[in-house]
Design a protein around this ligand. Sequence first.
Ligand code: ADP
Ligand code: GN1
Ligand code: MG
Length: 368
Amino acid sequence: MNKLNTSGIIGQFAIYGELTEIKAFGSGHINDTFQSRWNQAGSTVRYTHQRINHNIFIHPDRVMDNILRVTRHIAEKNRTNGIPDWSRRSLTVVPARDGKPWARDTEGGWWRTYLFIENAYTKDTTSSPAEARFLGEGIGLFQKQLSDLPPPELHDTITDFHNMEKRYLRFYEALDKDALNRAKEARSEIDFMRINKDRGASLVCALHEKRIPYRICHNDTKMNNILIDEKDSKALCVIDLDTVMPGTSLFDLGDLIRTVSNSAAEDEQDLSKVDFDIAFFESLLEGYLSQANDFLIPQEIELALESGRNITQIMALRFLTDYLEGDHYYRIRRPSHNLDRCRTQIALIKMMDLKWEIAQKIVHKLTQ
Ligand code: ADP
Ligand code: GN1
Ligand code: MG
């Protein structure tokens, strides 16, 4: 979308002052994100605008309904508890001029606007155990703050999002079709997925068999969906809330383990750099439990380590499926990007397997 069109849609939101700049922003795989700068009677303020990926979120109105409820709940809690800087600790939706939490462009797209949270940043890889601890704490707190969200239930914004069985069905379909004749490039990854199918179902089975409870969770807690405060390097605000819906807390812990404990980036091509960093894992879990211990039950704790392997496997499978289907889902920046991402996830699973016992001892140590 060119700049002119972008300013047109941005003009639909209830923002005062002169627009001085718009630019593309962020590195997410799903939505299109822009940042705008305004002169409001001499003060400079910034906003975040996003075109919601309408192919993936087929009911953007329901997504926004969830986001409003969740962000208001957290903001209200922080405000009434006197938490300093509360307006930077949850996203604030800026309504359109007609009062709706979204605006539509002339091409049928759905847009939303948030206050831009200043003096914060995101990271794709972890630099220190302290950073890992803060990220864990941030997601534990987010889940805790939402544990008393009043009914009704949040909408399911993507059906069966982490349902491994359904993800496997789609993978086998893509493999049968092999529409782009790409399976030959991914033989060993396909074999890995086949061999490990059963163990991949453990979280979903535990949910379906009611061994662990449904809770409100984020469902997409890769580390760059957490804004970090420049002031103290602590987790400041959990963003990218499109998938906040009922699930298990372990989906969130699992995606944190996948991204925070990996010593390399999600799409690292040099697989010798991919490692399951035990020090990061320990600090992450410690930080997460410092908040989540208040509500987790033993059956959830039992699956803590497994959650990391499980979510890593689901991501490997989803990247591979998208590669076979022709890269329709994830944004790519090179031809085999999705295959590279899949390979990194598999390398990480293998490192987790290798360090399983030591990691399990850490779980026991932290939960005794
Ligand atoms: P995607 O779904 O594409 O991953 P995100 O919601 O994660 O999109 O946003 C992409 C990036 O934009 C984030 O990683 C973050 O850097 C930045 N961002 C998003 N919302 C805000 C905000 N309210 N304030 C500051 N930065 C933001
Ligand atoms: C997508 O939106 P983003 O880039 O934070 C994806 C996640 C994957 C992630 C892998 C709605 O997250 O499920 O874990 O890519 N989000 C959706 O990087 O599919
Ligand atoms: Mg994101």
